[in-house]
Design a protein around this ligand. Structure first.
Ligand code: DQA
Length: 145
């Protein structure tokens, strides 16, 4: 099984970026933990981060035929990007939406996701372990298909 992890803007700054909101784990720490879980589950994992909306759209388009599912933290694009929504509608690859923070307990503009109704489910508010939870949940969903 092949699963892609897609990370959006500013997540490259994890560790130093608003640690009271996003925690002290770096993106490399997250990747290490998710890769360890992937190895345990026998999942082939790809890991991607970009600060650019078009590059994110390209990465979603590239999922078709390349990944069985995806774990997606589109960061601020979550709340704004019709282009990323359209890309997921086009490829029809199942995904779990992840956020480190609980977006539903934050400012009004973060409480709406343009991806959530397309996702298999959402994990938000658990920090870095949320990515590992998402991988486990996605694997179970895909295994059940
Ligand atoms: C985030 C939440 C978004 O609102 C924010 O723009 C981010 C990170 C999260 O993981 O909590 O960059 O997706």
């Amino acid at each position: 099984m092949r699963i892609a992890v897609l990370n959006g803007p500013n997540l490259n700054l994890l560790g130093t970026r608003e640690p009271e909101v996003y925690g002290r784990a770096t993106l490399a720490d997250l990747e290490r933990d998710v890769r360890a879980e992937a190895a345990r589950l026998g999942v082939e994992l790809t890991w991607f981060q970009t600060n650019h909306e078009g590059a994110f759209v390209d990465a979603v388009q590239a999922l078709k035929g390349q990944a069985d599912g995806a774990i997606v933290n589109a960061a601020a694009f979550t709340h704004t990007s019709l282009a990323i929504r359209d890309a997921f509608l086009a490829v029809q690859v199942p995904f779990v939406e992840v956020h480190l923070s609980n977006i539903f307990a934050r400012e009004a503009e973060r409480r709406h996701s343009r991806l959530a109704d397309l996702a298999l489910g959402i994990i938000a508010g658990f920090g870095a372990p949320g990515y590992v939870l998402a991988l486990s949940a996605l694997k179970q969903k895909l295994d059940a298909r």
